[in-house]
Design a binder for this molecule. Structure first.
Ligand code: GLU
Length: 476
């Protein structure tokens, strides 16, 4: 029977969830889901000085926001110290590792010498064949891998193809430091084995580690998992994605008002494709995902494309679901708490829901949506922007005075009778509809642009609409 597919996402908790990490997690998740397997989460927290609980929380929060769940409890690498030590003991016992008593100064000197002779700077294997009896007193040794000196190590990568590394280029690297802590290289292998990981999917920057880790798997007599090293994400200018290009953390995209489903769709397409499909339902992504369609060249992050995709998802998302995402956004946005407090009133939440169809048509992000929805909760008398001020001249005020009377007489506050009444008024005064709609818009929203004017009238309701029109008509 084929082994169950197990992937893992293995972030180091030293900051937020990097957008590259989010994409790695997504690929692991899609690969596992596609195969009906599992994705595990391993927190690589062995660097005690740099790892923080805050970062662990931020990573999990980012994954959850993106809808990427993991199977079982997250595993702390640090908590597995004893198991790592056990593995090193096993390697010492089977002769695939040895104690090295060279001092850091001696190792530096070896590297210097190699460099001077034009060789790669490496440990020279001094303690490889020495007897334990030669060990100096009072020196805590490091433990090194007895790496093969000849031949080659092959990484049969699902994305990078067959990568061959001559063993002479892989030196006797350290598995355990002199203070008894395992190195990253060793811990990853022991954990991947114990977690029964079948597929290691991660950034191509780990490809050189892959060869070293392959040697450890073999030294322990363990199966080497399949590997897929995915290309990195670059900025629009082709350089590795960094702060310079803008936000690099998943939470920053939430704060910029992107929807998780848009982000997921966008990240999936960074390095992977399925024909020309740009917009993919999650179920299709799962169905179609495979490493064969992951390219080798770096993917470029295109902010414009993400924004357009987000606009699509804003329009396509059901109002009630969009309202939920909006609330999540507001909970993290500057000033969002005030809007949430307003929404906490059931009447206002209903108003927001009524206004959403009109709002979402025009907004590419939840930031824009919030701005154009602000007419709903801004207090009377409404503040006005420059465009609205320009519209609200004396002629406009006169029109608003008329409209107040016209609208007050409309029976049934619904789009159709309201539209009929406004149109009839425009005709009677021989005014273009825009000449009437613009002051109305400015009075109701305080802005020169807004959702459809009848949507606004309905969302605000009769009393509030009439009061706002009166405020502007009467303003001196
Ligand atoms: N902890 C490593 C990182 O955050 C990943 C290690 C791995 O996937 O093997 O880059």
């Amino acid at each position: 029977m084929a082994k169950d597919i197990v992937t893992r996402f293995a972030p180091s908790p030293t900051g937020f969830l990097h957008i590259g990490g989010a994409r790695t997690a997504l690929f692991n998740w899609l690969f596992a889901k596609h195969a009906g397997g599992k994705m595990l989460l391993r927190i690589e927290d062995t660097d005690r000085a740099r790892s923080t609980q805050e970062a662990v929380d931020a990573i999990m929060d980012g994954l959850s926001w993106l809808g990427l769940d993991w199977d079982g409890e997250p595993i702390s690498q640090f908590s597995r110290l004893d198991r790592h030590k056990e593995a090193v003991e096993a390697m010492l016992a089977n002769g695939s590792a040895y104690r090295c008593y060279s001092t850091p100064e001696e190792v530096d000197a070896m590297r210097e010498k190699a460099r001077a002779e034009g060789r790669p700077p490496r440990y020279d294997g001094t303690w490889r064949n020495k007897d334990a009896s030669e060990a100096p007193d009072g020196v805590d040794p490091v433990i090194r891998l007895k790496a093969p000196e000849d031949g080659e190590t092959v990484v049969d990568d699902m994305v990078q193809g067959r990568v061959v590394i001559p063993n002479k280029d892989l030196d006797d690297f350290v598995l355990m430091r002199s203070d008894g802590t395992p190195t990253y290289m060793l811990a990853v292998v022991v954990d991947d084995h114990d977690m029964a990981v079948t597929h290691i999917i991660r950034g191509v920057d780990h490809l050189t580690n892959a060869a070293r880790q392959t040697l450890i798997f073999k030294a322990l007599g363990w199966d080497v998992p399949a590997m897929a090293h995915i290309p990195l994400i670059h900025g629009p200018d082709g350089a590795k994605l960094s702060k310079r290009h803008g936000a690099t953390g998943a939470e920053a995209y939430r704060a910029m008002g992107y929807l998780p489903q848009a982000m997921r769709n966008y990240l999936a397409r960074l390095g992977w494709s399925h024909g020309d499909e740009e917009i993919m339902a999650l179920s299709d992504m799962i169905k179609w995902f495979g490493m064969d369609a992951v390219g080798q060249s770096a993917a470029r992050f295109d902010f414009k494309k993400l924004e357009n995709l987000n606009g699509h998802y804003m329009r396509a998302t059901e109002d009630a679901e969009l309202l939920d995402h909006w609330k999540v956004y507001l909970a993290h946005a500057d000033g969002g708490k005030d809007v949430l407090a307003w929404m906490a009133d059931a009447k206002n939440a209903a108003t927001a829901l009524t206004a959403l169809p009109g709002l979402k048509e025009r907004a590419k992000t939840l930031v824009e949506l919030t701005e154009s929805a602000s007419y709903l909760w801004r207090p009377r008398p409404l503040d006005t922007d420059e465009k609205a001020d320009k519209i609200l001249n004396d002629d406009a005020k006169a029109i608003l005075g008329d409209l107040h009377a016209v609208l007050e007489g409309v029976s049934g506050w619904a789009a159709e009778p309201l539209e009929t009444a406004v149109k009839a008024y425009a005709e009677q005064k021989e005014l273009k509809l825009g000449k009437v709609a613009q002051p109305l818009r400015a009075a109701l929203t305080g802005r020169g642009t807004s959702p459809g004017i009848y949507d606004v009238l309905i969302a605000l309701g009769r009393d509030e609409s009439l009061a706002r029109i009166h405020d502007q008509a009467a303003k001196s």
